[in-house]
Design a protein. Structure first.
Length: 449
């Protein structure tokens, strides 16, 4: 009660944020009739494109080179198709030229992409965009029954170092204001999964948020040791593709409602399963304008009369610091037009793997978090060679490979081997040539030192 009525408002003021007003706006937008919502989103799209052309060097030059008139978008959003797609390669290549010129004095947040389209890139948010991202998540959770009065539990990676007292105090205040607890973990060992389950039972949250692969491992553990047991009401899946088999086991073994969402570092949460009884995810077009790039529909099945299948392309509408026009997400989706709006009905997207390190199963998203802390790592892949993981590292420009290798050894000693590769050496897998962190073992080539 204190978190909902006092602490959140105090924290919002102290952090100089404005989330609550955006929650109210999001609530109104989600409830609008679909045609009105679409028209308003189209107007916001026109404003975003016009602003990008006027204030962002990359887009100003692009529009001039192809003779693109942003005013056409206001007449018909279909003119957006005259622009080329934006990719991670372009984001990395253009750097600050994708940021608005008049950004001096803005509070800037940086997010690092991951996912299925290869090497990562850095996305910059202004405070307005960061507040919008938080507001969307909170409003969506409210709609599935998790109001601010009900507690949340968030899974996060566990690191051995002790953080400064000031940082720990700030995180504690944030969790109190959000009515949230954290569980920190590193492996999928039976001992750690048992400890996690006991913590959840003790905390008894209303909603738990994590990768579906993590919760599926926990569900499998509970199924092996108890058959089934209830400790929370709602599981919110994010960070990777929620597979049907995972959804079924989590709901069965943990006796909870499973809701799915789709988000990405480039925008935030753009689609959410607002109705737990309806598996489709409602696309929030007032927050990000969706398109489907045709021609990459494998794994999705046949599209119906009111559906489009292919790679999902988005244009975020709330980040004026770094507008991303027609960004290719790398995730395949079926976008369905229903009477009440646009929905993602099926999807093929990011997944995380499990590797064995020192005899202990460990998720690749934990490895990714560790390497982000190590620093100097642009991207990585893991090959298992003779039972030993080989970290194939693409170093950041200017990074010292020897220092990176030393920092990795400080985490795992000689349990892993390290080799440094070029971007072109990363392997894409499957018919769709998707990026994955765990790849098949090399049959030839020198063993790394």
């Amino acid at each position: 009660m204190i978190a909902a009525t006092i602490a959140y408002r105090v924290a919002e003021r102290m952090e100089k944020r404005d989330v609550r007003s955006k929650i109210r706006t999001a609530r109104t937008e989600i409830d609008r009739p679909a045609p009105e919502r679409r028209a308003r989103a189209g107007a916001a799209l026109a404003e975003t494109v016009a602003m990008a052309g006027a204030r962002v060097p990359y887009y100003r030059d692009l529009f001039a080179s192809i003779g693109f008139d942003p005013a056409k978008i206001a007449r018909d959003p279909a003119y957006l198709g005259d622009l080329p797609y934006l990719t991670k390669d372009i984001i990395r290549e253009q750097g600050d030229r994708l940021l608005r010129e008049d950004r001096e004095g803005l509070r800037i947040h940086v997010a690092k992409t991951g996912g299925s389209t290869g090497p990562s890139a850095h996305i910059h948010y202004d405070q307005e965009a960061a507040d919008w991202s938080s507001a969307i998540t909170q409003e969506c959770r409210r709609r599935v029954g998790n109001t601010h009065w009900r507690s949340e539990l968030h899974f996060a990676s566990k690191f051995p170092e002790v953080f400064p007292f000031r940082d720990r105090l700030r995180e504690a205040m944030k969790c109190f204001a959000m009515n949230r607890d954290n569980i920190f973990f590193a492996t999928f060992s039976a001992e750690e999964l048992e400890s996690i389950w006991r913590q959840i039972r003790r905390l008894h949250p209303h909603l738990v948020h994590s990768h579906p692969s993590t919760m599926d491992q926990l569900a499998a553990h509970v199924e092996r040791t108890r058959g089934s047991q209830k400790a929370f009401a709602i599981f919110e899946s994010s960070g990777e593709l929620l597979e049907d088999r995972q959804r079924e086991r989590i709901a069965r073994a943990l006796r909870c409602v499973v809701v799915d969402r789709y988000g990405l570092a480039e925008a935030g949460v753009v689609a959410y399963q607002l109705d737990p009884a309806r598996a489709e995810k409602r696309f929030l077009e007032f927050f990000a304008w969706p398109e489907i790039m045709p021609g990459a529909a494998d794994g999705l099945g046949d599209a119906g009369a009111d559906e489009q299948a292919g790679e999902l392309v988005i244009t975020p509408l709330k980040n004026s610091l770094m507008p991303l026009l027609r960004y290719r997400t790398g995730d395949n989706a079926v976008l369905a037009r229903r009477a009440d709006g646009l929905f993602i009905s099926r999807m093929v997207g990011r997944i995380h793997d499990v590797i064995t390190l020192n005899g202990t199963p460990m998720p690749t998203h934990y490895i990714q978090d560790v390497l982000d802390r190590v620093g100097g790592v642009r991207e990585f892949q893991i090959e298992m060679r003779a039972g030993r993981p080989v970290f194939r590292i693409v170093p950041e420009e200017g990074a010292d490979p020897a220092s990176v290798a030393t920092r990795i050894a400080s985490w795992w000693g000689d349990a892993v081997a390290v080799e440094f590769i070029a971007l072109s050496d990363l392997k894409l897998v499957g018919a769709r040539q998707k990026f994955r962190h765990l790849v098949e073992t090399e049959q030839s080539g020198a063993e790394p030192a």
